[in-house]
Ligand binder design. Sequence first.
Ligand SMILES: C[S@@+](CC[C@H](N)C(=O)[O-])C[C@H]1O[C@@H](n2cnc3c(N)ncnc32)[C@H](O)[C@@H]1O
Length: 353
Amino acid sequence: MNHLLLYCRPGFEKECAAEIRELCEQQGIYGYCKLEENTGYALFISHQPDGASLAVEQLDFHDLVFTRQWIACLPILDEVDTNDRIASLIGYVTELPECNELWVEPSDTTEGREMQRFCNSFGSAFSQTLRKQGMLPRKAANRLHIFALSGSRFYIGFAPVANSAPWPMGIMRLKFPHQAPSRSTLKLEEAWHWFIPQKQWHQFISSGKRAVDLGAAPGGWTWQLVNQNMFVTAIDNGPMAESLMETGQVTHLTEDAFTYQPYKSFDWMVCDIVDKPTRVIRLMTRWLVEGWCRETVFNLKLPMKQRYPEVKGCLEYLHNELNAAGLKARVAAKHLYHDREEITVHVRVLDRN
Ligand SMILES: C[S@@+](CC[C@H](N)C(=O)[O-])C[C@H]1O[C@@H](n2cnc3c(N)ncnc32)[C@H](O)[C@@H]1O
């Protein structure tokens, strides 16, 4: 298969395309991208007949910042017979590797959301037919995807279960915790789910840890830290929610996060300050290099233009500085579902020389 379909937040198709081309090139997979702005997807078409299959096998899905989901797929199937879509599509399933389940998904756009009910009912009918024919063996390592552009235009393809997003449309849906003082709270919760496997939570996100929240007010992120029974120093000139202060787990300092220096190191530092990405990345790097925290989640606000080069530049700066300081760290970045004009970065220091 030489088509690779990438789902993304509408408006970020260019970043998604630039990133996949670069990562594929690094693996010797060459091709070009096709995209239309605000459609919520981009297409990479490899010059090699098996370029897309190779990409989902050789690249690590976690390395993609702007892609929510990817599928190696056949060229678009246009004008599918709407009287019997299943009969029209079932033959194509045999051209794909064995898959264990089927997801029929729309794009994350207004038109896409209007197709959600159709996708659900078509997906369940098609799955039943495939199961009856033994075409969705449960132990298969891939998932079958149908990306529906309309009732008659589809991409059909597959994604390796172990190397793709485990949520339909690549979207992690979280329930807003009503006690939290701001919707921003979901960004930190999603970041933890994305960057830290659940089985490691008890080790890394646990009771008694000390955390600092830079740019904390009104306290959505602090709420997540408190909810994990951490003790939090909240830095912000703005007011923190009373309910958080009443827990006795929060110390509020009305200081400038860019000049504040801790007298003792923290387990966690989180930062949701809206400022120039180059300024924020320098601050984050300083915290890590000085040893003021062991682990961090922070946001980098994106500029209006040149978003991909800006992200790359910031991450390169971080890597270079950590290397120069002899720090071994795990760095990962993602444009999360709850992020808008920003990306989220996670860094865990593994070793200090
Ligand atoms: C997007 S809000 C943070 C929302 C917060 N994470 C939440 O979940 O409620 C950004 C905050 O950063 C604070 N801020 C901006 N510049 C700052 C600085 N230099 N020092 C401390 N706080 C700053 C602002 O006052 C604002 O409250």
